[in-house]
Design a protein around this ligand. Structure first.
Ligand SMILES: O[C@H]1[C@H](O)[C@@H](O)[C@H](O)[C@@H](O)[C@H]1O
Ligand SMILES: [Fe+2]
Ligand SMILES: [Fe+2]
Length: 308
């Protein structure tokens, strides 16, 4: 049964997108983007996804990407997919997993230093505001980053560089659109005679389902959702799996790997991305008020306990 909570509830509406939208408050700091108010600046006063600005998060973000780009090889990602695809590390509900994320801050993210649970609720509530009828998309937003639970000790406390950050294909040439691509030359795959060619081990339009992406929370959560027979639609799984693939969905790189199905699905990643990125703020969601609604969605789309 789905419990309907009429309005998404934010604990503090100061400067929130919701408030701005309700009041039609299109002042200098907000611009209208297809019904969604896109703020110009993040909580630190910088533009979003600015990886070169000397902000307080700059050093840690850069170091995370440096390691990510050196160690994410085709071989590494293949092994991790195999190991974590077994789903034999833990048994818990979706909500229990949300709770576990309370202790982690994403070290690849220049726009947010709040615990991850805040980001899950912020993005889900933002989607819910603009797409009230697409409950599957609310839940997709709530769970899209749950794969970051790999950082937790029950999953071997995986390092940040193998869990967070943007993702990119492995087994073919790295594209300069990848964030901090200056570090990629230190990746052994960049010297591999096959992997360093445009198509590498792939063929034109082979479909993203056949591409091995750098390992991280996207692919892991996709494996968890699929392996536990979620009732979420294929669009949701696609969003979860490729939401960090900015080189493609923002910069249009690697489109030659996509098939017709991927091209249709990509629309949802574009829609979702606005809520994922621009909902990041210091405005906290009132967890206890929204929890019953999300529990009802989890109940609708997932078994009570999942294998992780
Ligand atoms: O720093 C962020 C964060 O790790 C997100 O969860 C991921 O999806 C983004 O692609 C990345 O840039
Ligand atoms: Fe993510
Ligand atoms: Fe996210």
């Amino acid at each position: 049964m789905t419990i309907i909570v009429p309005e998404p509830i934010l604990s503090d509406n100061n400067n929130s997108e919701a408030e701005a939208k309700e009041e039609g408050n299109v002042d200098g700091s907000l611009k209208l983007d297809g019904g969604f108010m896109v703020p110009d600046n993040n909580a630190f006063g910088n533009s979003f996804r600015n990886f070169f600005n000397e902000s307080e998060r700059h050093a840690i973000v850069m170091e995370t990407y440096r390691r990510n780009h050196i160690y994410q090889t085709y071989e590494f990602a293949t092994k991790m997919k195999e190991e974590y695809g077994k789903l034999d590390k833990a048994e818990m509900s979706v909500w229990e997993c949300c709770d576990l994320l309370n202790e982690f801050v994403d070290e690849s993210d220049p726009d947010l230093d709040e615990p991850q649970i805040e980001h899950l609720l912020q993005s889900a509530e933002a989607v819910r505001r603009d797409y009230p009828d697409e409950d599957w998309l609310h839940l997709t937003a709530l769970i899209h980053d749950l794969g970051k639970v790999l950082l937790h000790q029950s999953f071997g406390a995986q390092p940040q560089w193998s869990t967070v950050g943007d993702t990119f294909p492995l087994g073919c040439a790295f594209d300069p659109a990848i964030v901090h691509s200056q570090f990629i030359k230190e990746n052994p795959d960049s010297k591999n005679p096959v992997y360093s060619t445009k198509l590498g081990i792939y063929s034109e339009s082979c479909g993203l389902d056949n591409v091995t992406m750098s390992w991280g929370h996207d692919e892991y959560m996709y494996l968890v959702a699929k392996g536990n027979d979620t009732k979420l639609p294929p669009e949701a799984l696609f969003v979860i799996r490729f939401h960090s693939f900015y080189a493609l969905h923002r910069d249009g790189a690697y489109t030659y790997l996509m098939n017709e199905e991927d091209k249709k699905m990509l629309k949802w990643v574009h829609i979702f991305n606005k809520y994922d990125l621009y909902s990041k703020s210091k405005v906290r969601v009132d967890l206890e008020k929204v929890k019953p609604y999300y529990l009802s969605l989890i109940d609708k789309y997932f078994p009570a306990k999942l294998r992780w």
